[in-house]
Ligand binder design. Structure first.
Ligand code: DCP
Length: 711
């Protein structure tokens, strides 16, 4: 649902930059002989020449559009050049386009806060840059205005008969007797034209932009004049822009809400909304949506530009239209394997380059039942904690599929192996990795914090850094799956192949550049190869919402992350900073949690146990809940099944220490003393954990750590 956010009283200068026929430009850069010629990029599918996913402007002039297939495009424009999207694993490989998008982002982000909104579009908050320009070199002081800026479209600026439009634009940009907000907007226009020229110079790509006082208006404006142009929206032109704008064209009004406005209120343009009071809109659509509608009718939108250069999630998908629909579990498995391989590569690349890990794996599918009255029932999306490594991911993804299929089919018996046909068909399938966060935050941080950097920088040949993170849920038990309500599918399917459109996600900055797949897999696989005995488990009382902190928090094995040398270096810097912070706060609160942790080797509960060595022990530890120990135990890795070197064993010996404490012994008032990353973690411990019980005898731990599995 749209969220109404009040707009700040201070003027903001926001730009939306959108690449022109992006994939075509990328292909034309790769094959310069195509420049200036009608060109389109088609999906990997030979049926009727493949679906067009990007159409160059020269081809558009001949009437070619994105709804056509290759054959139709050829009929419409016989000289068109159709370039097939790169292919890997039998599906489209968009990494070239993602990387090209990253090149652009790295340039655009030089002037202000930058939010990468999709593979080829960004929002920029240029308020500070515009203010600085106004203070230092106001437009009216410029001797010459850049030619590109003079080509700007200023909404509402009328060209008097015969007057030179560039002269008009110059006058508008350099007006000295205008309102402060408009002056800032003029500065924004100058900055954006400069950035666009820089993008062209460094990447050879053209882009279009909208410059306005908020994101909504900037986005609308960027589409008004394409390609290679920019449009500015002064305050005085907002009403004119919105009054004739079809309501369905507005972001978030393309679906049911827009249809309802049309059918129930006769609202066809955004301007028509002005006929309704805020009260009325709230009465009809609820307080929040009502206010949001009232706001957008007036061009009000307080949404902030988020500082985000990296994707929120990664996705990989494929569609199987018509007769190509998947009918057997084996064929689903085959394709899931391909998708997981790709996803794993991208995650590994993200880990290496951006030091981020993803937490949640989600499966989406589209299906139909050939012989059922509810054949249009939606296939439920399923998610589980994400395990790195292609094989583990494949296993989890297939389990998610099975769980989804069970639910989708209801009482029907599901046959998941072999080729038995059960009357279901899968027409599209995708997996995505979300909840991506920097590796330094989250649960791993507390271990680093309390054990110091020396534990993490080994003297061995292969430097190691060990982090602890959440252990995965087993995807095999349906109680461990969560419905994916909060994660928007980030993948769109075009007619044939899955088209990962990367709206908000799916792109990956500087992805897969140097490393081979094998290397990536191996580095990432290690993420899962851990044997520590640390976890946080939720007791039944907590999961049912009781605010008790008396829980036995142990028994789930975390994962170790072994990272390469380059990461070691950045880690060392970070760890040093943490060390400094720690030293700085040493004298702070004698009664603090820090003091408590210092005595970590002293068991504080009769139920404290030495850490468990093996999976079996870890599994058994779940039963410790029965002793009522109410102990939270964090243990360091003792031994790795997979790291056999003497050095590693020695290191693990060193780490053979545990600190124990009772959750209830933590004085919440001292949590604020801790570094932010630790605070988050502790807070998560002392509040009811939503996660259901994780350890089920015979389920995930053994399953996950069996040495024979996936190594
Ligand atoms: N894309 C895709 N599948 C779709 C839509 C788009 O794979 N259904 C890809 C190809 C596009 C790129 O995303 O080049 C960006 O999409 P846009 O909607 O921004 O369209 P273009 O950049 O191609 O053209 P325009 O200049 O109109 O923005």
């Amino acid at each position: 649902m749209p969220v109404a956010r009040p707009e700040s009283a201070d003027a903001r200068i926001i730009a939306h930059v959108d690449m022109d026929c992006f994939y075509v430009q990328v292909e034309q850069r790769r094959q310069p002989e195509l420049r200036g010629l009608p060109t389109a990029v088609v999906q990997y599918n030979e049926w009727k020449g493949g679906a067009l996913i990007a159409v160059g402007y020269e081809a558009r002039n001949f009437g070619v559009n994105r709804h056509m297939r290759g054959h139709e495009a050829k009929e419409t424009c016989p000289q068109i050049n159709l370039v097939q999207v790169p292919v890997a694993r039998g599906k489209a490989d968009l990494s070239t386009y993602r990387n090209a998008g990253s090149e652009v982002v790295s340039i655009l982000s030089r002037k202000g806060r930058c939010e990468r909104a999709s593979i080829d579009e960004v929002y920029l908050d240029l308020t500070d840059a515009a203010k600085a320009m106004l203070a230092e070199t106001p437009p009216e002081s410029l001797e010459a205005v850049d030619e590109e800026a003079l080509k700007s479209h200023i909404l509402g600026l009328k060209n008097e008969n015969g007057s030179d439009s560039k002269a008009n634009v110059r006058e508008w940009l350099c007006k000295s007797d205008t309102d402060h907000r408009e002056k800032l907007l003029a500065c924004g226009a100058l900055i954006v034209s400069e950035l666009r020229m820089q993008v062209l110079k460094e990447t050879e790509f053209t882009c279009s932009a909208g410059v306005a006082h908020n994101k909504m208006l900037a986005k609308l404006a960027s589409a008004l004049n394409k390609p290679a142009q920019q449009t500015v929206v002064p305050f005085s032109s907002v009403k004119g822009l919105l009054e004739s704008l079809p309501v369905k064209k507005m972001k978030q009004l393309g679906g049911k809400l827009g249809t309802s406005l049309q059918n129930e209120l006769g609202v066809n343009t955004v301007g028509d909304l002005l006929n309704f009071s805020e009260d009325k809109l709230q009465e009809l659509y609820g307080v929040n949506t009502g206010t949001w509608l009232w706001n957008i009718a007036r061009g009000i939108n307080g949404e902030e530009v988020q500082a985000r250069l990296l994707p929120k999630s990664h996705g990989s998908g494929k569609s199987f239209p018509g007769p190509r629909a998947l009918k057997t579990a084996d064929s689903v498995k085959h394709w899931l394997n391909q998708l997981c391989e790709e996803l794993n590569e991208r995650l590994c690349s993200d880990l290496e380059q951006n030091k981020r890990i993803a937490r949640t794996l989600t499966l989406h599918a589209s299906a139909f039942k050939s012989s059922s009255s509810d054949s249009f029932k939606k296939f439920p999306s399923k998610s589980c904690p994400l395990r790195y490594g292609a094989v583990k991911m494949q296993e989890d993804a297939f389990n998610l599929f099975q769980a989804g299929l069970r639910e989708y089919l209801g009482s029907c018996i599901v046959r998941t192996e072999g080729t038995h046909y059960n009357g279901w068909r899968i027409t599209a399938i995708s997996i995505s990795a979300s909840k991506i966060m920097p590796i330094l935050s989250g649960t791993c941080s507390i271990m680093k914090y309390f054990h110091g950097q020396d534990k993490y920088v080994s003297s061995s040949k292969k430097d190691e850094i060990n982090f602890i993170q959440d252990a995965p849920l087993s995807p095999s038990g349906s109680e461990n799956y969560s419905e994916l309500n909060s994660i928007e599918p980030q993948i769109e399917f075009s007619a044939e192949e899955a088209t990962i459109r990367d709206s908000v996600s799916g792109f990956n900055q500087q992805e897969v550049k140097t490393n081979t797949r094998k290397e990536q897999n191996s580095s990432c696989a290690i993420l899962n190869e851990a044997t520590d005995s640390f976890t946080r488990e939720t007791s039944p009382s907590l999961s049912s919402g009781t605010a008790s902190c008396s829980v036995l928090n142990r028994s789930m094995p975390p994962r170790e992350v072994h990272l390469d040398d380059s990461l070691d270096k950045s880690m060392i810097v970070n760890l040093k900073q943490q060390e400094q912070k720690r030293n700085a706060s040493k004298d702070k609160g004698k009664s603090s949690i820090l003091n408590f942790f210092k005595s970590r080797n002293t068991p504080c509960s009769p139920c404290t146990q030495e850490h468990d060595e093996t999976i079996q022990n870890a599994k058994a530890s779940s039963s410790l809940g029965g002793c009522g120990a109410e102990l939270n135990q964090v243990e360091l890795p003792k031994e790795s099944f997979f790291e056999e070197s003497t050095t590693n064993i020695e290191q693990n010996q060193q780490r053979r220490e545990a600190w124990n404490y009772r959750i209830e012994d933590i004085d919440p008032s001292v949590i604020d003393e801790l570094p932010p990353e630790i605070q988050n973690e502790i807070r998560a411990w002392v509040r009811p954990n939503k996660r259901p019980n994780l350890v089920k005898p015979g389920s995930i731990i053994t399953h996950y750590f069996l040495p024979s599995k996936n190594r």
